[in-house]
Design a protein around this ligand. Structure first.
Ligand SMILES: [Zn+2]
Length: 333
C-alpha cells in the first residue's frame, strides 16, 4: 500500500495480488490445511460455545469440581480515521469502478479476564499522511482512551493499560501502531512474521502494503521478547479468544474469535473488507488465494454466534449497526 495516490495504491495492490502469488506449493499447502482445519474449527467453535454448559452438565453427574466457564469479554470497534473516496473495486473485485466509499479505519478492543487486548493497531508514522488523504485521525494509543469503553466512573484506558496487541496482518494500516503500547505483548502469525521479515523482500512484488518501518518494529519487539508467534490455525491465545488463518489476504493473515455475552464474535479484519463480501459471497479483492478467502468467510459464518456478529475490516456500516458508546466507538453485541 505504498503509493502516491489511492488509485495508484489500488493499482499497486491489484498487481500485487496477481503477480505476487507465492510458490504453488505454498498455496496448495494452505488450501489443504484450510480444508483440513475447517472441521477442527467447527468443532472448536461448538466446544467454545458449549463449554460453560458442558462443564455445568459434568458437574451435575460427577463429584464436585471447579466449573471452568470460558470467560466472557467485551468487544469494541473504534474508528481511528477515515479515508474518503476509496475505490470500492479495490475491496471487492467486481464492483463498479466508479463507486467510492469513505472507508472506516478501525481498531478493535477486547476487554475482560484481566486483559485489555487490541486487535490491530492502526497507523501513525508520518509517511502515510503524505501518501493518503486521511480524515478524522487519532493514534491507536488515543483510540483506547475514548469515552464509553470503561464503565462510568472508571479512568479511561491508557496505552500502558494495553496488555496485548493481536496483529491480524502486516499491512501498514493495521500493524504500524504495534509499538505504541509499551507493556503489550504482540501476537503475530508465525508464517506472516517469517515471510515479511525475510523472503518477501527478495522480490519487489511480494511486499505490497508492507512498510519497512513496521517490519523493523516487529523485529525490535521480538528482540525485546515481546512477540509471540501464533503457529497456524484455530489457536486459542487466551481462554475464549481464538486466532484463525484468514485465506491469504497477506501471506498468513489471521482473524480473531471472541467469546462474548452474545456468543462468538468474529473480528474478521481485512479477511472480509465489507459486509458486501459476505452478502454477495465474493472474495476480497486483495487476496493471494480467492478460493481460500471465500472458504475463510464461509467458516466465519459457522464460527460466529450469528452472521451479524462478524465484523468486517473497513466497512463504515459497522459504526451504524452496533450501539454507539461515544463518537468513534461502538460496542459489538
Ligand atoms: Zn490489509
Amino acid at each position: 500500500m505504498i503509493a502516491k495516490s489511492i488509485v495508484a495504491l489500488f493499482f499497486t495492490l491489484a498487481l500485487f495480488t496477481i503477480a505476487q502469488s507465492p510458490s504453488a506449493n505454498h498455496v496448495n499447502a494452505s488450501v489443504n490445511s484450510a480444508t483440513a482445519f475447517s472441521s477442527t474449527t467447527a468443532l472448536s467453535a461448538t466446544v467454545a460455545r458449549n463449554f460453560g454448559r458442558a462443564a455445568q452438565a459434568k458437574n451435575t453427574t460427577a463429584a464436585p469440581m471447579a466449573t471452568v466457564a470460558a470467560p466472557v469479554y467485551e468487544v469494541f470497534a473504534i474508528r481511528y480515521a477515515s479515508i474518503p473516496d476509496f475505490p470500492v473495486n479495490a475491496l471487492i473485485g467486481d464492483a463498479d469502478p466508479g463507486r467510492k466509499l469513505s472507508i472506516a479505519m478501525a481498531v478493535w478492543l477486547i476487554r475482560g479476564n484481566g486483559h485489555n487486548i487490541m486487535v490491530d493497531s492502526g497507523f501513525y508514522r508520518p509517511q502515510f499522511f503524505k501518501q493518503f488523504k486521511v480524515e478524522s485521525f487519532i493514534k491507536a494509543s488515543e483510540a483506547v482512551g475514548q469515552p464509553g469503553i470503561m464503565p462510568a466512573g472508571q479512568a479511561a484506558l491508557t496505552p500502558e493499560d494495553i496488555t496485548d496487541v493481536v496483529i491480524t496482518h502486516m499491512h501498514w494500516d493495521h500493524a504500524d501502531g504495534m509499538d505504541l503500547f509499551p507493556k503489550a505483548r504482540v501476537w503475530l502469525q508465525k508464517d506472516e512474521y517469517t515471510y515479511y521479515t525475510g523472503e518477501a523482500w527478495q522480490s519487489p512484488r511480494t511486499h505490497g502494503g508492507i512498510e519497512p518501518d513496521d517490519v523493523l518494529a516487529a523485529v525490535k519487539l521480538n528482540l525485546a521478547s515481546r512477540v509471540t508467534l501464533v503457529n497456524g490455525d484455530a489457536q486459542e491465545i487466551f481462554p475464549g479468544i481464538m486466532c484463525y488463518i484468514g485465506g491469504m489476504h497477506t501471506f498468513q493473515s489471521q482473524y480473531v474469535g471472541v467469546n462474548t455475552k452474545a456468543g462468538t464474535v468474529i473480528l474478521a479484519s481485512d479477511n472480509m473488507y465489507l459486509y458486501e463480501n459476505l452478502e454477495k459471497h465474493v472474495p476480497i479483492a486483495q487476496t493471494l488465494d480467492a478460493a481460500s478467502n471465500l472458504r475463510a468467510q464461509d467458516r466465519m459464518k459457522q464460527l460466529a454466534a450469528s452472521p451479524r456478529l462478524i465484523v468486517p475490516g473497513h466497512d463504515p456500516a459497522v459504526f451504524e449497526k452496533f450501539p454507539r458508546v461515544s463518537e468513534r466507538v461502538v460496542r459489538i453485541e
